[in-house]
Design a protein. Structure first.
Length: 101
């Protein structure tokens, strides 16, 4: 299952759903999911409900998204992480950079 994205009806939120393995092989799909979004009011939700595995390149992709939106913490939420993924995020101190739910 590839990375997919959808936009809210008001156009202000883009939800990106990651695949079972969120790793370097997801890089192109992940970048395409947000690359065309230049509206300053757009916020992002990264839904990791289907993700069982992520590696350091996935962490890097999240940081690139953060850079894309201007490093503003409140505009990216990462949701539905399983315990293993949440542990990786916490070890990497991503809760300081992103809203983790």
């Amino acid at each position: 299952m590839p990375v997919t994205s959808s936009k809210s009806s008001d156009g202000n939120t883009v939800t990106i759903k990651t695949s079972e393995k969120f790793d370097y092989s997801s890089h192109t799909d992940f970048r395409e999911a947000y690359d065309d979004e230049s509206n300053a009011n757009v916020s992002f939700v990264i839904d990791m409900r289907n993700t069982d595995y992520m590696d350091s390149s996935a962490l890097g992709m999240l940081l690139l998204l953060r850079e894309h939106v201007g490093n503003d913490r409140g505009r990216i939420k990462i949701v539905n992480c399983n315990n293993e993924i949440k542990n990786i995020m916490e070890i990497s101190s991503f809760q300081k950079l992103f809203d983790l739910e």
